[in-house]
Ligand binder design. Structure first.
Ligand code: BES
Ligand code: ZN
Ligand code: ZN
Length: 495
């Protein structure tokens, strides 16, 4: 899709649909309404269109303007509009515009009014992000598919000074959409080996160095926890290491680590069959890391980033690891396996220990680690668990700036007692259902030594179950934007 920034006035904009955002109780420029003989202001006055958040109304211009149709889109009360609502509004608006294209044309222009508290450039960034997410389509495996209208050209009506922010929005939105596409794939279409190949293709294009270790390589590296999870599988694991050297490889290094469980049956502690198919998105942390590295490679912040994906599926068979087994990996710590379904923390811990050994001085992970994250926070905010308050605040700020929402969970030292083991340094589960997300996160901290580490449990946000007007149902690409923002802030802090 072509994306261009174009300039006012709206009376000069050629498009099949011109999306016009309107604040509730807002007015339309007379200059635009004049050729339409005041039709828009009439609709406003009559109350046919009030500008409530998400309201739409399509009008034909009858040749009075170079735009064939106008789609009025309500932004609600201006003071209630934040960056996330703005992004979502742009997504809903371009989707509605696309739906109204029919077979007639493929150019959509989007013009939102100035928004209090936001620079024009920043508003345009979030508008671009929302538009690209709204228009994203997942690859289907259907053999016959209805032909749908697509937007070939998107015009963002903004100022010339918006250009860098529009580029930024495009890069992070495309990276998020990449994560969505990858996370969406079923287990048989995305094995660990396939994920490794995909990562190679992405890194080649984004100018990021990459090494992909196969099973033999994982053994040589000493990744005992990843290998234990892989034991019951016919598919080889992959350990994917990406390096972006924006500071010439001199460090300091930011480490990003993702859980890449391409399918989680639970292993011998097998899950119930009802919703097991869901577990194809159990590599969403890995997808987020991959998306982030694509964006970082393109945005080129002046910092060094090492990104690690630990990939395998979690299958039961005669060779599979078992409850009660004691295993150890790269950190050297021993783990009693109480549940083979708590596999994410195992593979991630090897990834984290590796990043530390390679010199990472700050760590961030994303993973679909615990169902308990949904119990605690629902599909609104991801859970954050950390071992360092300052670094935790820093990552949370990055998330906020990126328009993502996390929530800090506690890490008092007593929580570590919840996963003590009689026979090993730790157990991989807590006691019953107590503090499931905290325990999952703190397990990771046991493998990073003193290195500040922030973990994002995205289990309840990685997949959108219900249809909505903003995005298609499916993988959301959550955490990509937080990773990218954190890298940019890391570069700033170490200038
Ligand atoms: N992949 C799951 C967590 C999950 C659940 C992600 C629902 C997305 C949606 C993880 O590997 C898991 O099974 N965790 C267990 C941990 C327990 C055994 C301590 C869980 O949450 O039940
Ligand atoms: Zn599991
Ligand atoms: Zn899992």
């Amino acid at each position: 899709m072509e994306l261009r920034v174009v300039h006012w006035p709206l009376t000069k904009i050629e498009a099949d649909v011109l999306v016009l955002g309107l604040h509730q109780a807002g007015k339309v420029d007379d200059e635009l309404d004049y050729p339409l003989r005041g039709a828009i202001n009439q609709a406003l006055k009559a109350g046919d269109f009030r500008g409530e958040y998400g309201a739409t109304m399509v009008m034909y211009t009858g040749g009075a303007l170079p735009a064939r149709k106008i789609l009025l889109f309500g932004l609600g009360m201006e003071w209630q509009l934040d960056i996330r609502k703005l992004r979502k509004a742009a997504g809903m608006a371009v989707r509605a515009a696309r739906d109204s294209l029919g077979s007639g044309g493929s150019t959509v222009a989007i013009a939102f009014p100035p928004i209090a508290g936001l620079t024009a450039g920043s508003a345009d960034q979030f508008i671009v992000e929302g538009a690209l997410h709204g228009l994203h389509r997942f690859k289907s495996f259907k053999t016959t598919e209805e032909v749908k209208a697509d937007v070939a050209t998107l015009l963002v009506v903004g100022g010339g000074e918006s250009q860098p922010q529009v580029m930024y929005g495009r890069i992070v939105a495309e990276a998020t959409n990449l994560a969505r596409s990858v996370n969406w794939l079923p287990g048989n279409h995305l094995t660990a080996a396939m994920l490794g190949e995909k990562a190679q293709a992405v890194c080649r294009e984004a100018g990021v160095e990459i090494e992909v270790y196969d099973k033999k390589g994982c053994k040589e590296l000493g990744l005992g926890l990843l290998l234990a999870v892989n034991q019951g599988s016919e598919e080889e694991p992959r350990f994917i290491v990406m390096r972006y050297k924006g500071n010439g490889g001199n460090g300091p290094w930011l480490g990003l680590v993702g859980k890449g469980v391409t399918f989680d049956t639970g292993g011998i502690s097998i899950k119930s069959s009802e919703n097991m198919w869901d577990m194809k998105y159990d590599m969403s942390g890995a997808g987020a890391v991959l998306g982030a590295m694509q964006a970082i490679g393109k945005l080129k912040p002046r910092c060094d980033v090492i990104a690690v994906i630990a990939a395998t599926d979690n299958m039961p068979d005669g060779n599979a690891f078992k409850p009660g087994d004691v295993i150890s990996g790269l950190s050297g710590k021993t783990v009693e396996v109480r549940s083979t379904d708590a596999e994410g923390r195992l593979v991630l811990s090897d990834g984290l220990a590796y990043a530390v050994k390679q010199g990472a001085s700050r760590l961030i992970t994303a993973s679909t680690l615990t169902g308990a994250a949904n119990v605690a926070l629902g599909p609104i905010r991801f859970g954050i668990v950390a071992n360092d308050d300052a670094w935790e605040d820093e990552v949370l700020t990055a998330a906020t700036e990126a328009g993502e929402r996390g929530w800090k969970l506690p890490h008092d030292e007593e929580y570590y007692d919840l996963f003590k083991s009689l026979i090993a340094d730790m157990s991989n589960t807590g006691t019953g259902r107590s503090a499931g997300t905290v325990v999952g996160g703190l397990f990771l901290m046991k493998h990073v030594g003193d290195t500040p580490c922030v973990h994002m449990d995205i289990a309840s946000l990685a997949w959108r179950n219900a249809a909505d007007r903003y995005e298609d149902v499916g993988a959301t690409g959550v955490a990509v934007k937080t990773f990218v923002r954190a890298a940019i802030r890391f570069a700033e802090a170490n200038k």
